[in-house]
Design a protein around this ligand. Structure first.
Ligand code: GLN
Length: 218
């Protein structure tokens, strides 16, 4: 059975676990590096990115996530989770008690995020999205960040934008990373989770199986 981990240090992890179970996959809460051993994919939930990264570093989950990801583990970052995987956080210290000018991130996706870019809690909103490859989806935005393509090296960017509202990117994918600035786990609709499972997790498992059978034949 497919097993997907949900980073469970802080934030909306229970809702992701429930959504995954509705999709008939095994969902496990990831609190320590060992919990990542058997997972086929990882969801990093929404919450408070500054707290989440501090706890991640404290439990040395950051290193393990990067290691697993380098070995093919797909990641889905939602809201604060997207901030955690971004290469650049443009207003890192704003709205945070952290006095250091840079906020740690896993530095995996070619995006720049601006935290809390639509305003404060009171400016949270819902919007109907039209997501490429998924279709209509009700997006719930809570102190959401804005994402921009971050292509510092000028290399060909494999980042693909999947949805926008008012010209703002709200969902994107790059290699085996999926990102959304909204909370797909807060609606009863599991189509975004199904998309992650189908396109990223099963897609990667098929690749690994194919590679293993080629090695066997050699
Ligand atoms: N504003 C939060 C942060 O910067 C993200 C909000 C959310 O995940 N809903 O971490």
């Amino acid at each position: 059975m497919i097993k997907i981990g949900v980073l469970a240090l802080q934030g909306a992890f229970r809702e992701h676990v429930n959504a995954l179970r509705k999709c008939n996959v095994e969902a496990v809460e990831v609190k320590l590096p060992a919990d990542l051993e058997q997972v086929d994919g990882l969801i990093i939930p929404g919450g408070e990115s500054t707290t989440m990264v501090k706890l991640m570093q404290l439990y040395e989950l950051d290193k393990k996530i990067i290691e697993k990801h380098n070995n093919g583990m797909p990641i889905f970052g939602t809201c604060a989770g997207a901030i955690v995987v971004a290469k650049k956080i443009s207003n890192a210290q704003k709205d945070s008690l952290d006095l250091s000018s840079t906020q740690f991130s896993l530095n995996l996706a070619d995006i720049e995020v601006e935290r809390n870019a639509y305003g404060r809690q009171i400016d949270s909103f819902e919007a109907e999205l039209d997501i490429e490859e998924i279709g209509k989806f009700q997006g719930v935005f809570i102190r959401a960040p804005k994402m921009r393509v971050h292509n510092k090296e000028g290399s060909i960017n494999s980042l693909r934008i999947l949805a926008k509202i008012n010209d703002e990117i709200v969902m994107a994918r790059q290699q085996n990373i999926l990102l959304s600035t909204f909370h797909p786990e807060l609606t009863g609709d599991t189509s975004v989770h199904e998309y992650f499972i189908r396109e990223f997790v099963i897609g990667n498992m098929n690749k690994v199986q194919k590679a293993a059978s080629i090695v066997k034949k050699l």
